[in-house]
Each structure stands twice: as C-alpha cells, then as structure tokens.
Design a protein around this ligand. Structure first.
Ligand SMILES: *[C@@H]1O[C@H](CO)[C@@H](O)[C@H](O)[C@H]1NC(C)=O
Ligand SMILES: *[C@@H]1O[C@H](CO)[C@@H](O)[C@H](O)[C@H]1NC(C)=O
Ligand SMILES: *[C@@H]1O[C@H](CO)[C@@H](O)[C@H](O)[C@H]1NC(C)=O
Ligand SMILES: *[C@@H]1O[C@H](CO)[C@@H](O)[C@H](O)[C@H]1NC(C)=O
Length: 384
C-alpha cells in the first residue's frame, strides 16, 4: 500500500516537472501502441512492391541496410523512424512471404499506390494495382486470418509472428498516400478535371479511415501530401520556363498549389471525421511544411542543392535511373550509381527522399510541432 502511494507521488512530481518546463501539459503517460498498421505508397513501402513485382535493386538500401530492403531510399523511411520512435520493430510488408514478423503490425503500402483506382497496369506508368481500397481489403483479410491462426496455433514460434488480436484496437493506424493521385492527374487530366476529382479522392480516403474505425481502430496518424512540384523528376526536363512557372526555389508552382489544395480538403475531411468518429484520435500531420521547409533552407541545413539527385546517371547525354543499366546518347553503357555522400542530398533518386532527409522530417514531425492537434506521436492515441 505504502509502495503504491510512493509511486503515485512520484508520478505527480513528474507531472509538475513536465508542465513547468514545457509550459504545456504532455502530462499524460505516453501511449502504449503495441502495433502499427500503415497504408500508403512508395513513401512508406517497406517491401510490398518488391514482393509483388520486380525487387528494388542495389544501391537502394546501401546506407542503412547494406542491401536492397524493399524501400525506395538509401536507408530508412519516415515509417521506419516512426517505428523506432515508438520502440517497435520495422514493419513487415503484408505482401512479403518470407522472413516476416507481424507481431507488431503490418505494412499495406506499395510503391505507386493511389487513393483511387487508376485502371492502369503497373507496366505503363508504375501505378500499383494496390490502391487504398485494395490495401483495406488486405487489412481485412490479414485481420481475420491472423486472428483465426492466433486462436488455433499452439506452436510458440509460429504464434510469435502473429499479432495479438486485441492489439488491433490499440494500434496506431498511419497513412501517407495521395501523391500518385496527383501525379496521375497531371498526366491524364486538365487542372480543372483534377480539381473536380479532389472531393472524390478525399471521400475515398475518408471511407478508408471510417472502415478501420468500424473494425475497432481508434488512433490515426495522417501525413498530408508533399510538394510534388519540387521533386527533381518534375523539374529536370524543364527548359526556358515562363516567368512564374517555377517558384523561388525552382519548384513547379502550379503542381505545389494542387498539392496544397488536396491538403486543404484532406484537413477539412479530418475535421469532419472527428465529429463522425467520436471515439477516435485523428492527427493530421503537415508533412508538406516539413518537406518544403527543408527544400527552401537546404543549404543552411547542411544539404546540397535539393533539386540535385544522388543516385542515377543524369548528364547532358542521357538519364539512367538509380540502380538501372542504360545507354547514353552516344551509345555508352552506364549504370545509375549512387553519389559518394548520400547524407548531404535531399533527393535520393529524383522521386524519393534520402534517409538523411527522412531523418530531418522525422525530427520535425514526430514531436507534434506540425500536427493538428499538436501532440507528439508518442501521445497520439485515443484515451477513453
Ligand atoms: C476506373 O474505372 C472505374 C470503373 O469504370 C471508374 O469508376 C473510375 O472512375 C476509374 N478511375 C479513374 C481514376 O479514372
Ligand atoms: C517476432 O517479433 C517479436 C517481437 O519483436 C519477437 O518476440 C518474436 O520472437 C519474433 N518472432 C520470430 C519468429 O522472429
Ligand atoms: C560517350 O559519353 C561518355 C559519358 O559522357 C564519355 O565518357 C565518352 O567519352 C563518350 N564517348 C564517345 C565516343 O563520345
Ligand atoms: C520539434 O523539433 C523541432 C526540430 O528540432 C523544433 O524546432 C521544435 O521546436 C520542436 N517542437 C516541439 C513542440 O518540441
């Protein structure tokens, strides 16, 4: 009894100290997230598209994993930094059949995924067949099958790779998707058509969150979409731009405006979801601001030109993408190799950020300073 009250007193002291120092109260204990379930595209794919289609080649993975690790990066993605921050192992991809361990969650993201079905094969423009609605089917299948197996399984080893069924409602559900809906829109639609499609894109996103809530999900962490017009692949082919086409940092202004419009609608949808789903903690994270923040201050942050690409062969005589073999205009065989200092690049391969950039973003978003509500990820759970 006495022991118990000492512990309580100690807890109160910690409470005061936190309020004093921070001037605000993250006085509550950190959440106990036992698992993460992630939905998204290549920004958070940890092996899905490599399992389902052609594996991502070397030198992807060189900085951290020392081998290709199913990630479109030289090292860790934001979702990996999230897992580390929450003290959980890296997420296995649901589509991977080897060496997986789902005891602390699963990753349904695949490179090239969109919110809306695009009715294209991956062999045309790299659009994944696993759009968000399909990722939700995968989740449902995962949940019902692992629950059956968990309840039947006697073998400890087999059981140790399965989630504990009650953890589904205590897990953190994370999202990073929408960038490819924009990219496909830029390719196939006029600006007016893309604008007109946005409410449907957002409605399909909301339907996914709603479905997970109905299945018992309560804590949601939602990244908005980044400044797509700042990706080197977007700007590298532009010659003699009209005044105003590029902003002061060399990004395509019109594309970034589209991303901001989608984000505005996403944020409004999150506000609406909060009233529709009263027993949920839904955090909207302004990752756009973090990404544009690094791009606009790269030099002073110790990074190279943010529009330069670390991995790949990009010269006047041709472009060969990271990890690919190709032929230049004069017929020379070249390999899309890595730069010697990936840690100083913002862009790894022209489309995807480097591990160093992802680390920088993690440092800015995980403490809650770019979130609505402004709560660190360690505290972003629903509390009864
Ligand atoms: C894909 O096809 C379906 C069925 O025809 C259609 O409803 C949907 O709008 C299409 N998606 C896009 C992005 O065009
Ligand atoms: C799966 O991961 C959990 C948690 O890290 C661990 O306890 C368990 O032993 C792992 N199972 C296997 C088969 O590696
Ligand atoms: C072809 O281009 C490569 C790479 O720029 C260069 O090293 C090589 O000398 C060129 N060869 C010829 C025959 O022009
Ligand atoms: C979060 O981290 C960033 C980068 O270190 C810092 O500038 C910001 O003040 C921090 N915000 C909070 C609320 O701790």
């Amino acid at each position: 009894m006495e022991h118990y009250s000492k512990a309580k007193l100690c807890g109160m002291l910690v409470f005061w100290v936190l309020v004093d120092v921070r001037g605000e109260s993250h006085s509550q204990r950190p959440c106990d997230f036992p698992a993460i379930y992630n939905f998204g595209d290549s920004n958070s794919d940890t092996g899905g598209i490599s399992a389902a289609f052609q594996p991502i080649p070397w030198p992807y993975g060189e900085t951290f994993f020392n081998k290709p690790a199913g990630r479109d990066c030289d090292g860790r993605l934001l979702i990996d930094f999230i897992a580390q921050k929450l003290g959980l192992p890296f997420l296995s991809a649901y589509l991977n059949s080897l060496g997986v361990n789902f005891s602390h969650g699963a990753n349904f993201a695949t490179g090239g995924s969109t919110i809306r079905r695009q009715n294209e094969t991956i062999f045309q423009y790299g659009i994944s067949p696993f759009s968000l609605d399909v990722q939700i089917w995968h989740y449902d299948q995962f949940r019902s099958r692992t629950t059956d197996l968990y309840n039947q399984e006697k073998n400890h080893f087999e059981k140790s790779i399965l989630p504990n069924p009650p953890d589904f409602s205590k897990a953190l559900y994370t999202f990073d998707i929408g960038q490819n809906d924009l990219a496909a829109g830029f390719r196939k639609m006029s600006d007016e058509q893309l604008h007109a499609a946005m409410p449907d894109i957002i409605a399909q996103f909301s339907a996914a969150v709603q479905h997970l809530y109905e299945q018992g999900g309560r804590s949601f962490w939602i990244h908005n979409t980044g400044p797509i017009g700042c990706l080197p692949v977007a700007v590298m082919y532009i010659t003699n731009p009209k005044p105003g086409f590029l902003d002061q940092h060399g990004c395509i202004e019109g594309q970034n405006e589209m991303a901001m419009e989608l984000n505005k609608q996403l944020k409004d949808a999150v506000t609406k979801l909060r009233t529709q789903l009263p027993e949920a903690a839904i955090t909207y994270v302004d990752l756009y601001a973090a990404k544009y923040g690094l791009i606009s201050t790269a030099k002073s942050q110790g990074f190279a030109d943010p529009l330069k690409i670390c991995c790949g062969y990009h010269e006047k005589d041709g472009n060969v993408w990271c990890g690919q073999k190709g032929v230049t205009n004069n017929g020379t065989q070249v390999f899309g190799a890595s730069c010697t200092d990936p840690e100083s690049y913002v862009s790894w391969d022209g489309v995807h950020y480097s591990q160093a950039a992802n680390q920088w973003f993690a440092d800015r978003i995980l403490n809650g300073s770019l979130s609505d509500p402004p709560i660190p990820i360690t505290h972003a759970c629903y509390r009864k």
